[in-house]
Design a protein around this ligand. Structure first.
Ligand code: DHE
Length: 585
């Protein structure tokens, strides 16, 4: 099935949109009405669910404040953190959305707030009431809640971290050599999002070897440089360190590194392999460097500070992606709201040196180029990719992708027949794929420019992937409102790419191949096996419905196998040990 890439760009979001943070069950999102006016950035905001679950006191009331019972206040707080904080900020001081501090909300008054929450706005505020997502009573609670001072979630410092930290198996009680006969290099760690677990699946036999309990709404896995320790982080900030050498691999240490978190990474520079781990938090806005053998928290650094351009203070800049440099003993820490990329030198934690790079606001996800020297990260709400030279510790470029809301995951590196080495991103807000030249030596005219843009299946893409041994680039469309598109994947042939014509793509009906009768599963995140001969796709259904993993032969683009098991609850990210450890993508 060959589809000609469309040349006219259409906006996905005019007709329907999804609030990704609410996708605890993907099917929920289908209920949004066609009149919804979300823009792409509004549709891709974090849900601070674990903050919403914390007890917080009603801040000191003023005589004119509306009365909310403790139960109503608690409901308002939960709704606010789950649905509003991603845009308006934990402290309501604004992020991609407008500030909602009491000087503003009281000026507007109850009736205006109620109408705003009910009907939304063309600027991107969802129509929570008229779409039926909040009841009239809940809108009433929210309008009143916004008239009160915002409650502040607690900090999470060294004492809290230490209390949450457990070494389950001391280093000297761990194996001295691999005790199982697993092919660890081709193991896949699969996020089981809504069950708070990871599945360890053998990449050769497709057998689920083990399911391991992790943090709440588990998010990503990262590998230690030796390939022995797997680090998994949940949205509640819980980091599990799993020893793959044990006869039955299991957690050997655990810590709660923050109250709301998304990223974890380990030190990879020569001489520091497996020495440190790092976790970044959305709340409190900070990162913590931990011992890579035990997860003992060693150094907590706040990311509160000034925004790179207007230099105004931001009270809650979230830590988004974190990568380990291959060129220096540094972690690359991306701070969302201040738009700063921090190169944190971990060679001397007592005298911590950090290079602070001014990039662009709303940094989110990214990866390295094929040489591992340059780091490319999406400032997604600004439609830009910032490029950092990790060897020199300098900003190389900020590139406008020409598309809406780039979302690369780690991106895709390949050699274009005409333009030479490129790194690619797809987009959440439209169907475009943008290629950026990454070879300043061999192809200086193309370096750090968009050398080509073409269209894939549709908007709502989250991940794009290839492998050095593959001749294909795969682009998902997970959040596309059309069921058929969100269950399919576009595949481009690299050899066939030209300078003057959009490449054609083949559509793989992954969802159909999974043969799931019930629900509306979405296909998400292509990931290669170690050899680059197979691509794995998650077929992500609601929590109470059947999901699957579909494995495709990369040469023939034919179905190889479907992994189904009742334990595979909401599979999303898949992390091949070798590809994750070595940054192969
Ligand atoms: Fe992710 C990576 C944040 C929702 C699957 N996600 C990332 C990274 C960040 C991030 C900052 C980069 C981590 C790194 O490299 O260090 N994700 C967020 C959010 O804030 C957001 C939008 C909403 C939220 O409330 O969490 C969000 N993410 C999702 C999902 O709903 C996804 C699709 C399913 C799931 O399991 O949660 C999802 N995110 C992923 C995956 C990666 C990721 C699979 C890693 C991609 C890779 O190839 O490395």
């Amino acid at each position: 099935m060959i589809t000609r890439a469309k040349t006219a760009k259409s906006s996905l979001w005019g007709s329907a949109a999804l609030v990704l943070g609410l996708i605890a069950s993907p099917a929920i999102a289908e209920d949004k009405p066609a009149t919804h006016a979300d823009k792409p950035d509004a549709s891709y905001q974090a849900s601070m669910t674990t903050l919403g679950a914390l007890d917080m006191e009603i801040p000191g009331l003023k005589p004119e404040d509306p009365i909310l019972t403790p139960e109503q206040f608690s409901e308002g707080k939960t709704i606010y953190f789950e649905r509003c904080a991603g845009c308006h900020g934990v402290l309501r001081k604004g992020a991609t959305g407008k500030p909602l501090t009491t000087d503003i909300t009281r000026e507007r008054g109850y009736d205006a707030l109620n109408a705003f929450i009910t009907y939304g706005s063309p600027a991107g505020m969802p129509n929570w009431g008229s779409s039926g997502q909040l009841t009239e009573a809940q809108v009433d609670v929210m309008a009143k809640y916004l008239l009160l001072e915002p409650p502040t979630p607690p900090e999470w410092g060294m004492k809290d971290m230490k209390e949450s930290w457990k070494v389950l198996v001391e280093p000297d009680k761990r194996p001295t050599a691999q005790e199982n006969d697993w092919d660890l290099e081709n193991l896949m760690s699969v996020t089981l999002r809504d069950s708070g677990e990871v599945a360890l699946i053998d990449g050769n036999s497709y057998e689920i070897r083990r399911i391991i309990k992790t943090g709440y709404a588990v998010h990503i896995s990262r590998m230690s440089k030796s390939g022995r320790y797997l680090f998994v982080i949940g949205r509640d900030g819980v980091v599990n360190m799993i020893d793959l050498w044990m006869k039955e691999p299991d957690s050997v240490a655990v810590i709660r590194a923050g109250l709301e978190a998304r990223s974890v990474e380990t030190s990879k520079f020569e001489g520091f392999e497996d020495k440190y781990a790092i976790a970044g938090s959305y709340w409190p806005p900070q990162y913590v460097i931990m011992d890579g053998n035990t997860l003992e928290p060693l150094k907590i650094v706040s990311t509160r500070g000034n925004i790179y351009d207007d230099q105004e203070y931001h009270p809650e800049p979230r830590v988004a992606s974190i990568l380990a440099s291959h060129y220096k003993p540094e972690f690359i820490v991306n701070v969302k709201e201040t738009g700063k990329i921090l190169m944190v030198d971990y060679s001397d934690l007592k005298n911590l040196k950090t290079t602070e790079i001014e990039a662009e606001r709303f940094l989110h996800d990214g990866g390295l180029d094929s040489t591992h020297r340059y780091f490319m990260v999406a400032a997604n709400a600004r439609n830009k990719i910032a490029v950092v030279d990790t060897k020199e510790g300098k900003l190389t470029a900020v590139v406008d992708t020409g598309g809406a809301t780039p979302h690369p995951g780690r991106g895709a590196n390949f050699t274009h027949p005409v333009f030479g080495p490129v790194w690619a991103t797809s987009h959440l807000g439209d169907e475009s794929v943008a290629l950026i030249g990454t070879d300043p030596e061999g192809h200086p005219d193309n370096a750090w420019k968009i050398v080509d843009t073409f269209n894939a299946l549709g908007g709502g893409s989250l991940f794009i992937k290839t492998h050095p041994k593959s001749n294909h680039v795969y682009v998902d469309a997970t959040l596309n409102p059309e069921a058929e598109i969100s269950a399919s994947v576009a595949v481009f042939n690299i050899d066939g790419m030209k300078a003057d014509a959009d490449p054609e793509f083949k559509t793989l009906p992954i969802g159909e191949w999974a043969g799931i009768a019930d629900g509306q599963p979405r296909v998400v995140q292509p990931e290669f096996n170690k050899d680059g001969t197979e691509v794995w796709f998650s077929v992500w259904n609601a929590k109470d419905k059947e999901s699957a993993i579909v494995v495709v032969d990369d040469k023939t683009l034919e179905l190889k196998t479907v992994i189904k098991d009742k334990r595979l609850i909401t599979p999303t990210g898949k992390f091949n040990v070798t590809n994750t450890r070595d940054d192969v993508y």
